[in-house]
Ligand binder design. Sequence first.
Ligand SMILES: [Zn+2]
Length: 407
Amino acid sequence: MSEPSSKELFEFKRTLQELSDKRGRGTELVSVYIPPDRQISDVAKHMREELSQSANIKSKQTKKNVQSAIEVIMQRLKLFPRPPEKGLVMFVGMVPRGGPGTEKMETYVFESPEPIKTYIYHCNSEFYLEPLREMLEEKETYGLAVLDRKEATIATLRGKRIDILKTLTSGVPGKHKAGGQSQRRFDRLIDLAAHEFLKRIGEHMNEAFLQIEDLKGIILGGPGHTKEEFLNGDYLHHELKKKVITTVDTSYTGEFGIREVIDKSMDVLSEIDVMREKKLVQRFLRELINEDGLASYGEREVRQHLQMGAVEVLLLSEDLKYQRGTYECASCGHSMEKTGKDLPDTETCPSCNDQMRLSDRRDMIDDLVEMAEEVGTEVEIISTETEEGMQLLRAFGGIGAILRYRP
Ligand SMILES: [Zn+2]
């Protein structure tokens, strides 16, 4: 099953934001989550039941709106012989644009970004977005291992989900069991056995973690020093070693140990994203200071550099609240693009002075992300949680580029 790309995720988040702002006049916004293995005919049957149920709604207006929403859903369902691979999400309802009488039927239908587990039908004054929110939070995978000389457990953490992949035991006896004159020889055997055990742990971790695309990081835990011994030794693949974020002391191994590791490293994990953003903006700022530095900023210059394919990483502030519009002149055929906070519907044509109409309006972030995708430029949306993020927004208009070469 393919993972959504960062652009897709960004778009889902944008849609989510849009949807969360919508309110119905009554409890009349309908949300439906259809798991991939649910028969569309079952859903249609359920919709017919809801439709007859809705006859009991007291408010005439709400009743009418709920019924229209369900009818739209039934129409849309006909387009699907079966749900798509990860399931289907539908949000339908009458949303007011202003005062009374401005309601318009809004319909959002799309494939879920992650597999839907439970069927949900929900009717309220807001869309029900919790499952979608959880999916979008769940995209990062961490590798976890707790170990001592006796036992090791390997697991992954994805959102809130923990998967235990493997539990290994060593059979290495404790040192205290030895005695007498053979003590030294016995200790040596134990060390050898421990070394063999760490090797086995390493092999299993390599096998489990190397195949995870976009593994965000690894955290090692366990009582005592075995985890440090493991990390400092030559047991883990060098690519994985680079991903070890931290080690955590725990009282247990096994599944309890894994839970301890997660509890103790929560703060560390949320810091990581923030650190990443900080580092990127810092890199951008360092480049800017150099006379021949590989960085540019501002809409015009960055657009130019993007088009040339000169941008390695495009940094966009999440608070970039501009629109990009296309104006067309019906009289002379002239067209132009314009950026602004609130674009007017018409503009004066620079070539014939006639009125130009706004034919397309999109969010500037979307516009730039699309441009970047076309030329294979990596995009990072930078939050304003950090000082660096604020600096990008305030001092550089929220648009920065780290360049591949100096154009
Ligand atoms: Zn014109």
